[in-house]
Design a protein around this ligand. Structure first.
Ligand SMILES: *Cc1c(COP(=O)(O)O)cnc(C)c1O
Length: 415
């Protein structure tokens, strides 16, 4: 396995721990060490590991089969839940991953508008497929530059980029490419360069600018969906998208992706329309069952409100600790998503360029010292920490203490 892993973010020096099991807020390695987990498989585990009710629902489903290759009733139930919570969604298609969903969503937008260009945000991540694997930081140039070897220039030639939190840059790009852009795809809260919330009014401006320029707005809510609120960032910030991408949480920890939107757009998807999309494992009853049960619990237990509150407590405490420690950095995040950025002079991080200016080596040292005190954070300055419903007040307080001790160490070792 290249790098010894099945996905690149999991690798870190000298080598990652191997997991033996996990339960609730805890993950256990094969040496028997226990960690409080804030990586949480990079987002899906909003209820924590191995939730009992989800496990039971999945076990029951297994008794009736795990793959049919036919429609089944639970697909309808989950579709209804999604449509109920997201007023901008009237129809959905289930797929297997977030990557697949953004790929199909972009194809659909292009098919609907009969235009080839799309605009993405610098540093925005929409999965590992060709048209969105464009080097962030290259600016809203006419031609994108491939980020990965093996991506043909031709497949990113139609991907334009603008910085996050810069409505004017978006407007200028759409005006310059008038009549040629099918859609703007955006994570309403950036989640894959560390969490970066939208500035006041930014998402509303994006909505207005895309409407005025007759361009579809695609919200990639693979992270924010069912996390910030049941209705995702669209409910949290009170703004509607034309197409929405869901994933991660909506499969309850099993592989899933969803794209959905207004009926007039979605009806263009095969077999009712001419935009082709297909998948052997799509809508499989295990992922659908886990997702359904997870959403039921999120609804019943008011999970977003509760984890958001824990996140606020965390952010407030970390800001104070950071200030007292004298370490250069800032706390960024919203709701249950948070991160300490080692930013120069403690400058606020508002976009990709700001995130890139942070000290990633210092972060790695910090990550290792947190790990040795039993706290598992994502092993990159550019990944988000998540809080789950399984994290107790005691977990949060222990984590805050660990930040305090380890940030003091960072300060002590500074230059
Ligand atoms: C994780 C992620 C994806 C990709 O989802 P996969 O299931 O890993 O393919 C897409 N968009 C965003 C915002 C993500 O965080």
């Amino acid at each position: 396995m290249p790098g010894g892993v099945s996905s690149p973010v999991r690798a870190y020096k000298p080598y990652p721990f191997f997991t033996a099991s996990a339960k609730g807020s805890r993950i256990y390695d094969i040496d028997g060490k226990e960690y409080i987990d804030y990586c949480l498989a990079y987002g899906p585990l909003v209820l924590g590991h191995r939730n009992e009710a989800v496990k039971e629902a999945v076990s029951e489903q297994l008794e009736r089969g795990w793959l049919y290759g036919t429609p089944h009733e639970k697909e309808i139930e989950l579709a209804k839940k999604i449509v109920n919570h997201y007023p901008s969604i009237e129809m959905v298609r289930f797929v297997n991953t977030g990557s697949e969903a953004t790929m199909a969503g972009i194809r659909l937008a292009r098919g609907f508008k009969e235009r080839d260009k799309i605009v993405k945000i610098e540093g925005g991540f929409h999965g590992a497929h060709d048209s969105v694997l464009v080097k962030a930081g290259s600016g809203a140039t006419t031609y994108g530059i491939p980020d990965s070897k093996g991506v043909p220039r031709d497949s990113v030639i139609n991907t334009l980029q603008v910085p996050f939190n810069d409505a004017e840059a978006l407007n200028n790009t759409l005006e310059r490419n008038s009549g040629e852009v099918a859609a703007v795809i955006i994570e309403p809260v950036m989640g894959n360069v560390g969490p970066i919330p939208p500035g006041d009014g930014y998402l509303h401006e994006v909505r207005k600018i895309t409407s005025e320029n007759d361009v579809l707005l695609i919200f990639d809510e693979v992270i924010t969906g069912f996390r910030l609120a049941l209705g995702g960032a669209q409910e949290f910030y009170d703004v509607d998208a034309d197409l929405t991408i869901l994933g991660k949480i909506v499969g309850g920890g099993f592989p899933i992706g969803v794209f959905g939107g207004r009926k007039e757009i979605m009806e263009l998807v095969a077999p009712s329309g001419g935009v082709y999309q297909a998948g052997t494992f799509s809508g499989n009853p295990v992922s659908i069952t886990a997702g359904l049960k997870t959403i039921e619990i999120i609804e019943r237990e008011q999970v977003p409100e509760r984890i958001n509150k824990a996140g606020e407590r965390m952010q407030t405490a970390l800001s104070e600790i950071l200030r007292d420690s004298g370490v250069e950095g800032c706390v960024s995040g919203v709701g249950s998503m948070f991160k300490v950025f080692f930013s120069p002079s403690g400058k606020e991080v508002r976009n990709y360029a700001d995130a890139l200016s942070c000290d990633k080596n210092k972060y790695l040292r910090f990550f290792h010292s947190m790990l040795s005190t039993g706290i598992f954070l994502p092993p990159s300055q550019f990944e988000t920490n998540f809080i789950s419903f399984a994290h107790t007040d005691d977990d949060i307080e222990r984590t805050i203490e660990a930040y305090k001790g380890n940030l003091e160490q960072v300060a002590w070792k500074q230059d």
